[in-house]
Design a protein. Structure first.
Length: 339
């Protein structure tokens, strides 16, 4: 078979070999790769630098592959869900690599100017996302903020539930969900909550329990501070307890072994004399005793089992006499013996 290859663009040109067999068929294969759009979608999102939660989408657009991308972050405070956020000065951009494992490629930067060169279209899967980091702004000096958060059994932040402005002496009553699902993980309420407030003497924490968190903003709460209400949750353990299996009962004293003895040719239950006559030193013995061995191991845990296997062999030999042919009318005599 004759083959040749070229990588030139344009028309297909080649010389038919002179040694080609006639008649013949010449097969020409033209290879293509999947065409990828040269326009890459870019999304700019604001995220909470402490929790990683998305705050809002700042901009969407597209840019040609290979071109530079530029975006200027506004230093103006943004508001979402009644919460103010300030730009931290940090940002990053990332995309999924266009490979079967689709790893995430990330690059970071700082300052209000977001700038980078867009990779080639065949390298990117889906698009590019720019994450601009923000942190929660400080409350006004003449007000008190109530922050309700979901925490783990040891107090680690899981999710912020709400944030609102309250006044000193205001009665607070928050119903607590028995279970909450965050990023696909379900948590169970641990019948515990507490709230912490700041006074001129420092922080004070009060502990409570039940499905409703009820308290009053203390009169000595310092203005311009945050009262934090923590609701304690833990992972739901969904352990499936299997049904007990029936006991294994084996007739240890009644084994049922069987064996196969092969000749010199391994895995062959017979042999030919031209391969050599087998001897007892060259036999392959395979003994299968599944029930017996399983029972043995259940009792003794470990060890070795020795089997005494009596071996008997019957050989059928066929050969011709060595008498010269000139003395025999019909040639050599065939002799058959069983030994």
């Amino acid at each position: 078979m004759y083959s040749d290859s070229v990588t030139d663009n344009g028309s297909i040109r080649f010389r038919v070999p002179t040694e080609i067999k006639v008649p013949s068929v010449v097969n020409v294969s033209v290879y293509y790769k999947k065409s990828v759009s040269g326009i890459i979608p870019v999304t700019v999102k604001a995220i909470n630098t402490d929790t990683g939660a998305e705050i809002k989408t700042l901009k969407t657009g597209a840019v040609p592959a290979g071109d530079p991308y530029n975006y200027t972050v506004s230093e103006t405070t943004i508001i979402s869900g009644g919460i103010t956020y300030d730009f931290t000065g940090e940002w990053k951009w990332q995309y999924k690599k266009n490979t079967p494992s689709a790893p995430i490629v990330t690059s970071s930067g700082s300052g209000t100017s977001v700038s980078f060169n867009v990779p080639s279209a065949d390298e990117i899967k889906d698009g590019i996302t720019v994450y601009v980091h923000y942190k929660e702004g400080e409350p006004s000096a003449d007000e008190v903020t109530l922050r309700v958060i979901m925490v783990s059994r040891v107090g680690a932040l899981i999710e912020e539930i709400s944030r609102e402005t309250v006044s000193i002496g205001q009665a607070i009553s928050k119903s607590i969900q028995n279970s909450r699902t965050v990023r696909g993980v379900t948590y169970q309420y641990q019948n515990k909550w507490d709230y912490t407030y700041n006074t001129s003497s420092g922080d004070t924490t009060k502990i409570g329990s039940g499905i409703t968190a009820s308290f009053t903003i203390p009169s000595n709460t310092k203005l311009g501070t945050v009262v934090t209400l923590k609701l304690y949750y833990d992972l739901i353990q969904e352990v499936v307890i299997p049904d007990p299996a029936p006991p294994i009962v084996l007739p240890i004293d009644t084994p049922s072994p069987y064996a196969v003895i092969n000749g010199d040719k391994y895995n062959s239950s017979y042999f030919f004399s031209k391969d050599g006559i087998s001897t007892t030193e060259s036999q392959y013995v395979t003994v299968r005793t599944k029930e017996y061995l399983l029972g043995y191991r259940l009792v003794n845990k470990t060890g070795k089992v020795t089997f005494v296997v009596p071996v008997t062999m019957n050989y059928t030999l066929k050969y011709y006499t060595a008498t010269p042919e000139e003395f025999l009318e019909n040639g050599p005599v065939e002799v058959t013996e069983i030994v």
